[in-house]
Design a protein around this ligand. Structure first.
Ligand SMILES: Nc1ncnc2c1ncn2[C@@H]1O[C@H](COP(=O)(O)OP(=O)(O)OP(=O)(O)O)[C@@H](O)[C@H]1O
Ligand SMILES: [Mg+2]
Length: 226
């Protein structure tokens, strides 16, 4: 079977932990579903956080409260098993979002990266995060040379930006970072650090959450239209 015409595989990845892959994946799923888009979420993280959140949501809101499926994938099963699952994901209509462990040394990640139309990489303006995101990009670049099916466009989301931050030096640092990542793909508007983000579920975003993510997610949508 071939890839559905309107199928978009969107992979949230960064080797750096705790940058917001899982949170932004769920918030983006809710955002798209709210705009009437067809969405499927694949939880390929070993921790299966999204699957866990969905199970809690089912207990709290009932099994009919949802506008998209959450499906868990075990990337440790290896490239062949994951490859089959990825083929199935390509036959689904609409947006298929993958949350990943980001660990590029995991063989099961390869079929996911090969199928990816977009890789969304959240990062923070912080030296250690930027250098590990840089290493992540270098590794991706190497994989592209070996796995020539890889074709994903990169989208970077500066996440957890603290309100009130943005001194002259910080701005210079931010700009330098954005320029660096702009050489690899598109850098979106920032997502602010906000307590509201931490209480996300797989039903829908609340007003406070939407306010924080709307500029960045709008940028992502525009980028996907190109
Ligand atoms: N913009 C934000 N504002 C406030 N908290 C945030 C924001 N983005 C993410 N967080 C919180 O930061 C923590 C780490 O985020 P998350 O779990 O999404 O990162 P991750 O990249 O998926 O981590 P891991 O590598 O462990 O899978 C979570 O508690 C999440 O709720
Ligand atoms: Mg995660």
């Amino acid at each position: 079977m071939a890839k559905k015409e309107d199928n978009k595989i969107i992979v949230f990845a960064n080797q750096k932990g705790g940058v917001g892959k899982t949170a932004l994946c769920v918030l983006f799923a809710n955002y798209l579903a709210n705009r009437g888009k067809q969405v499927t979420v694949i939880d390929a993280d070993i921790q299966k956080s999204i699957q866990g959140i969905r199970n809690n949501d089912i207990r709290q809101y009932g099994k009919d409260a949802f506008s998209y499926y959450v499906q868990a994938y075990d990337v440790s099963k290896g490239p062949e098993a994951v490859g089959k699952l990825v083929e199935a994901a390509e036959e689904v209509s609409g947006y298929v979002l993958f949350d990943t462990p980001g660990n590029l040394s995991e063989d099961g990640m390869i079929p996911i990266l090969e199928a990816a139309d977009y890789i969304i990489t959240p990062y923070q303006y912080e030296t250690s995060t930027i250098s590990s995101t840089g290493i992540f990009l270098q590794t991706l670049q190497k994989l592209r040379e070996t796995f020539t099916k890889m074709h994903a466009k990169m989208i970077f989301i500066p996440n957890r930006i603290k309100k009130g931050s943005g001194t002259r030096e910080e701005w210079d640092f931010w700009t330098a970072t954005d320029n660096l990542f702009n050489a690899f793909g598109h850098v979106t508007s920032i997502v602010r650090d906000g307590i509201a983000i931490q209480r996300y579920n797989t039903v829908q975003n609340n007003e406070a959450q939407n306010k924080i993510v709307k500029d960045a997610f709008w940028d992502v949508l525009q980028e996907m239209k190109k």
